[in-house]
Design a protein around this ligand. Structure first.
Ligand code: PA5
Length: 470
């Protein structure tokens, strides 16, 4: 299936001179080519110091997974994920997914984008027989952990499907304190529930982790029958389309093959298309020129509707950890409109001119239109009869157009990332586009987009404090 996503930057382009646009053209193509050439450098095993670490494995990974699936079917990684997912989906009523950062944000983005916002509140048939989903291990918040534990305590019959729950624990390093502590806590609850030596206490825990590390060691010791790898050469925030995001998404019934196909198509397009027809290059060009020529260092991802907020938070991490280095890198901020027009809109319209806005717009609603009802005359005190019969999508369109016009009228740059229909394929396209754009921008800025050395400082201090050494 072809690429469905469109990036319309015409409003921003009006604020960019032809000279600025053409000046960035060749450097951008070179940065794109460097990003793709990094794959061979990584595979050669001899990585120059200025490129270390190099985690370009995410670029071809979706296509590689699809090829292996076509060749080896059920024995491929995708095939094995689908088999495990089917077992979890049919035998559990709740999945507790433990992970943080790149081992958490991606699945949350997929879940919020594709699922009914009241999924966990629906009965099982209304959920399409798909388990409820709960996230933990993404904080050390006592009350949040206690609340989930006490919810799980209401499960009183491990033989009853409606009372069965399991754990997917995700950590590449296997040593992240938040996830490791949560795993110990929820594993104890699970073993108390099913019995420490029971078949269920093994089968209903699926670790997803690197080849070496504490979680891998623990998994081997416990003898969990199904585990999935997190490949070397793919960093946490680039791992959404590895088992990290794909396995639990599949256990929630998401079409992960379509998601991989969307990503693989985007990889090809970005690799071959020139500036002007290449959403990743065009996006980087607009953002880069606005940042360098006009000091617009705040990059706002303006999501319209509620489903894409977590996609925005995933992107916040991607941009912040990839480019927030050497005292450089734009500041990412996700907003959800029209909600945040009532909190941040004032500043975006009249505040410091340091913001570039990328709207993310889903063109087709999942549900049929909800309309504003007509009421009889005396009740029209709210004076909404003039809009009676209009659906929420029409109101949303008016809000988007009206907001873009308000910004354009005062020379504030916007562009629109259009998603005709929000499904697994489109999400695959979107994730891959943003990951590629981030790496290309890093290469353009001469910032290594891989690795996140700055995150270590807090971890070392926290561990030293907990061990009484600080
Ligand atoms: O992007 C990253 O690498 C980080 O956000 C990690 O994903 C996060 O720190 C969790 O690490 P791990 O998967 O090793 O537990």
């Amino acid at each position: 299936m072809a690429i469905t996503l469109k990036y319309d930057y015409s409003a921003s382009r009006k604020l960019i001179s032809n000279e600025q646009w053409s000046q960035v053209h060749q450097p951008l193509l070179a940065a794109r080519d460097e990003a793709y050439a990094d794959i061979s450098i990584m595979q050669s095993g001899s990585i120059p110091a200025d490129k270390d670490p190099l985690d370009a494995g995410f670029i071809n990974y979706p296509q590689n997974l699809l090829d292996e699936y076509a060749r080896d079917k059920n024995n491929s990684l995708v095939g094995r994920m689908l088999t495990s997912a089917e077992i979890l989906k049919s035998q559990l009523d709740r999945l507790v997914v433990l992970g943080i950062g790149g081992s958490y944000m991606g699945l949350r983005a997929i879940y919020e984008a594709l699922f009914n916002p009241y999924h966990n509140e629906l009965d099982r048939p209304s959920r399409g027989n798909i388990p409820k989903l709960s996230f933990e291990g993404n904080n050390v918040d006592n009350d949040a952990i206690a609340a989930l534990l006490s919810l799980l305590k209401t499960c009183d019959d491990p033989q009853d499907l409606m009372k069965r729950w399991g754990i997917v624990v995700i950590s590449k390093s296997g040593g992240t304190l938040e996830t490791a502590a949560a795993f110990r806590i929820f594993r104890e609850a699970l073993e108390n529930y099913y019995g420490a030596d029971s078949k269920e206490a093994k089968e209903f825990v699926v670790p997803i982790t690197g080849d070496v590390g504490k979680l891998r060691d623990l998994s081997n010791l416990k003898g969990y029958p199904v585990t999935f790898p997190i490949p070397d050469g793919i960093g946490g925030r680039f791992s959404i389309l590895t088992p990290v995001g794909l396995h639990p998404a599949a256990a929630m019934g998401v079409d992960i093959v379509a998601m991989l196909e969307g990503a693989a198509s985007m990889t090809n397009l970005v690799k071959t298309a020139d500036l002007g027809q290449n959403p990743a290059l065009d996006y980087v060009a607009v953002c880069h020129i606005m940042e360098k020529a006009h000091g617009m260092t705040t990059r706002i991802l303006s999501t319209w509707g509620k489903k894409l907020e977590a996609v925005g938070l995933w992107y916040d991490q991607l941009l912040a950890e990839s480019l927030g280095k050497e005292e450089k890198g734009a500041f990412p901020l996700t907003v959800v409109n029209t909600r945040d027009l009532h909190s941040r809109g004032q500043q975006h319209q009249e505040g410091i001119r340091d913001k570039i806005i990328t709207n993310v717009i889903v063109e087709q609603s999942t549900h049929s239109d909800v309309t504003i009802p007509q009421v009889s005359d005396p009740q029209d005190k709210d004076q909404l009869n003039k809009y009676a019969g209009k659906g929420m999508p029409e109101v949303m369109q008016a809000a988007i157009k009206g907001t873009n016009k308000a910004y354009a009228d005062v020379d504030r740059p916007t562009s629109d990332l259009m998603i005709p229909k929000l499904d697994a394929h489109a999400l695959g396209e979107l994730f891959q586009m943003f990951m590629l754009a981030t790496v290309i921008e890093g290469r353009l800025l001469k910032i290594n987009p891989y690795g996140q050395p700055g995150v270590e400082a807090y971890k070392q201090n926290m561990n030293a404090i907990l061990s009484g050494k600080m």
